[in-house]
Design a protein. Structure first.
Ligand code: ADP
Length: 540
């Protein structure tokens, strides 16, 4: 028997309409690409999203068409999230940090009809234009005054495009399962893969992320998402902000420690969001200038594991709770977080850091387990570890345009991570399945070793890879970038690690390097290193 309730559709246009009605004066502040700080309210954002919707329809866009963006976190990008999805089109937020071949692949694969680009990316797009197949025009996200000379065909100015349009527009009603946005994984091997979100999955994810056990978003919250809007929709925060009328502070192109701190100091956010490398830059700036983060309560960190030393520094120097979030493009992206619980506050501080270092408990709506290579589920006892499997309404069912499903025969999506699940529910990433080091049939976690090594004051960044070994198949090799002005020796580091990891985990060698390669989303890029150092121990 079906229930007797209405079946209103969960649509992204509903978010901005709600914000306009109930949080019209809440602010959205942006550092613009042109330089100055721009501020306006949800009420103005809603009006301009409707002007944009009118303009998009005049360009001939129809339901299901795709529009690409190459843009920083600013109010104009925010309007595109609502204007494009609101009319039933799909916004494809392209990560401009990818290689040119990947950008061309994504723009063509997504069949973007128009590209909306920030001033910073004009040269980049000009260099790709001859390879772009279906793009009919380029809208530069700026005003007349800053409109540059560009070789791009059919280049338009965003402010001109929308300013002549009416701010009256009735958002269409359609099925909540309609596609709304499209993000591609950064694809360290092979071509990037597209994940096509729906209005329903986006709204459910925003609701979940805003909840009390996660980001606690409300009309009293002020959020600074340093995580880019081109990286999995800035973890859903633009939608969550509109859902609850939170003040949003967009950092534009300036993601260095000093610029981020300036925004924090002026706008007083209580919640920050970003990947560990961004927080490293901020902490370094705070140390150099002797400043503290007075207003911030929580910093959500995700994308890679946050080292214990970072959790500790946020807590002890700035009284900021570093909340670990874990997820991936395929999961909209967040799936777990280590919320600050009452139980955690009562713990001895070292034990609390142990919990904060884990990736956290699954949210309602995210079903999670671990399995061995044959698909047998493993116990959630904090000891067994295996392939981390997930299912739920905010998780990919198939990649964009793929014929086959992304799920296994039991409906699970294999995350590619190896993890433990503790009896109380905390999930702990052991490694990426391709990064784990298989030494004589036993597994060594490269992440645990890296985290232990960065605790040494002489280490700025650490990377552990498995390299060939005559007896054990693979053994860990530790690559280190020294901290500025420090000269740690191999012996120092080995001694430091001795009481932090099992003896047989200790790296077989340590190599000091000038820098380490990263992916477009800030993760260590280990494929090239594995190739370069493959025979390091054999030849030694
Ligand atoms: P891409 O690099 O394609 O953007 P994602 O951002 O989707 O990839 O990355 C997903 C992967 O990042 C996860 O499968 C996991 O390995 C890693 N990851 C994300 N968050 C964390 C975290 N808090 N701790 C450890 N690893 C993480």
């Amino acid at each position: 028997m079906l229930g007797n309730m209405m079946s209103g559709q969960l649509l992204i246009s509903g978010l901005i309409e709600h914000a306009e009605k109930y949080h019209s004066d809440a602010e959205i502040v942006s550092r613009t690409v042109e330089g100055p700080i721009h501020r306006y309210t949800y009420s103005e954002a809603a009006k301009r999203s409707r002007q944009l919707a009118n303009a998009l329809e005049k360009l001939g866009l129809q339901e299901g068409d795709t529009v690409g963006t190459l843009a920083w976190n600013t109010y104009r990008h925010f309007e595109l999230y609502f204007g494009v999805s609101g009319i039933g089109c799909v916004v494809n937020t392209v990560n401009p940090r990818l290689f040119p071949e990947q950008l061309t692949y994504i723009i063509n694969h997504a069949e973007n009809q128009y590209l909306f680009i920030d001033l910073s990316f004009i040269e980049l797009v000009e260099s790709l234009e001859s390879e772009l197949e279906g793009v009919k025009g380029y809208v530069i996200l700026t005003d007349k005054e800053h409109m540059p000379d560009t070789k791009l065909n059919n280049a338009m100015c965003y402010e001109d495009l929308i300013s002549c349009e009416s701010d009256e527009f009735t958002w269409p009603e359609f099925d909540e399962n309609t596609a709304s946005s499209l993000c591609y994984t950064s694809g360290t091997t092979g071509n990037p893969k597209g994940v096509l979100y729906s209005h329903r999955s986006t709204i459910l994810h925003a609701w979940i992320v805003s909840s009390g056990n996660v980001a606690k978003v409300s009309s009293s919250t002020c959020i600074l998402p340093v995580v880019p809007m081109f990286h999995v929709n800035a973890w859903g925060i633009p939608y969550a902000g509109a859902m609850f009328g939170a003040k949003l502070v967009f950092p534009g192109p300036a993601l260095d420690g000093a610029s981020v701190y300036e925004l924090i100091d002026n706008e007083k956010p209580d919640l920050l969001m970003g990947v560990p490398t961004v927080w490293l830059g901020l902490l370094q700036h705070l140390n150099e200038t002797n400043q503290t983060l007075d207003c911030v309560e929580t910093a959500l960190v995700g994308g890679s594991a946050a080292p214990r030393a970072m959790i500790q520094e946020f807590e002890e120097k700035h009284d900021v709770f570093l909340m670990h979030g874990w997820g991936m493009t395929e999961m909209s992206p967040l799936g777990t977080a280590t919320s600050r619980t009452k139980e955690m506050e009562d713990l001895d501080i070292e034990r609390r850091y142990d919990l904060q270092q884990k990736q956290g408990k699954a949210f309602f709506g995210v079903n999670m387990t671990i399995a061995d290579d044959y698909g047998n589920e493993l116990p959630h006892d904090g000891v067994a570890f295996g392939r981390l499997l997930v299912k739920g309404p905010t998780i990919v069912e198939r990649y964009y345009k793929a014929e086959e499903s992304a799920m296994d025969e039991n409906g699970w999506f294999d995350t590619g991570d190896v993890a433990k699940i503790h009896p109380e529910g905390y999930m702990e990433i052991v490694d990426r399945s391709k990064d784990v080091i298989k030494s004589g049939g036993e597994w060594i976690s490269s992440i645990d070793l890296e985290n232990a090594a960065v605790g040494h004051p002489g280490v700025a960044e650490a990377c552990v890879i498995g390299v060939l070994h005559a007896k054990w198949d693979e053994r860990p090799l530790l690559l280190i970038v020294k901290a500025a002005g420090q000269e740690p020796s191999k012996e120092d580091i080995n001694t430091f690690l001795e009481d932090k990891v099992a003896k047989w985990w200790l790296p077989d060698d340590i190599v000091f390097v000038e820098e380490l390669p990263h992916t477009a989303t800030g993760k260590l890029l280990k494929t090239g290193l594995r190739k370069d150092f493959k025979n390091h121990l054999i030849n030694k």
